[in-house]
Write a protein of this length. Structure first.
Length: 234
């Protein structure tokens, strides 16, 4: 479904990604893990067209995305849950969700999509009239994921969904992500929480200093000596 080939991104004279290549097949949950500053967020932003790439190619669902604006990529079926959640704090939970649906021409489908989201995250049903900025961090993350789902994505990209959350909340979120994949959604998960991401993933890649350094099944990487020593030893 997604094929990224030799993607390079620079900020002025400063390189951020160098010849990054990977793929995500339909129905897969693929994790990309690595330390802070490795280029994970830059990569997701480039895939969505929020920043330009210096070279390389992104193909989604058989179509080259080169030159395509971000809103068109969303309409084609890519949704991003950004790092830090970035909900609209002075809008209600319901307004946050409805806004995302209207971005892809929601119309009559909105009630059905809303029901799917609040079934996945029941707390959003309870908080639907509450201002998004007054939610807890975990509730805001649920809202951010729900907002992305309202856009009917074929590919859901998650940027550090566990960041700053208590372990029990992360477990709930990861359970929801697992359920979404079981429903057939293709997911690209970017995380610093290496253990959880690799446990969840069908396949995974490691990115360090802007370059892909390892790939394999989630379980294979969990038992890789380098990964264990670098990321999993406390």
């Amino acid at each position: 479904m997604l094929e990224v080939t030799q993607l390079s991104v620079s900020y002025g004279d400063l390189g951020a990604l160098w010849d990054v290549s990977f793929h995500v097949d339909a129905g897969e949950l693929v994790a990309i893990v690595g330390p802070n500053g490795a280029g994970k967020t830059t990569m997701l932003r480039a895939i969505l067209g929020l920043i330009p790439s210096a070279s390389g190619e992104v193909v989604f669902d058989g179509q080259r995305l080169t030159g395509s604006p971000s809103h068109r990529r969303v309409q084609q079926g890519i949704a991003l849950v950004p790092e830090g959640r970035r909900v609209f704090p002075f809008m209600s939970v319901l307004e946050n969700l409805e806004l995302a649906a209207f971005a892809v021409g929601g119309g009559r489908e909105i009630p059905g999509r809303l029901e799917q989201v609040v079934t996945l995250f029941p707390v959003l049903r309870e908080r639907r009239a509450q201002m998004a900025g007054s939610l807890s961090g975990g509730e805001q993350q649920m809202l951010a994921i729900g907002r992305a789902l309202m856009a009917r994505p074929k590919l859901l990209m998650l940027d550090e969904p566990s960041l700053g959350l208590a372990p029990i909340v992360v477990d709930r979120l990861y359970g929801a992500i697992r359920e979404l994949q079981a429903q057939g959604l293709t997911i690209l998960l970017v995380e610093q929480y290496v253990y959880g991401a690799l446990e969840l993933a069908n396949r995974a890649y490691v990115i360090e200093t802007g370059r892909m350094t390892r790939e394999g099944s989630g379980q294979d990487l969990l038992h890789d000596d380098y990964i264990r020593k670098t990321y999993l030893v406390v």
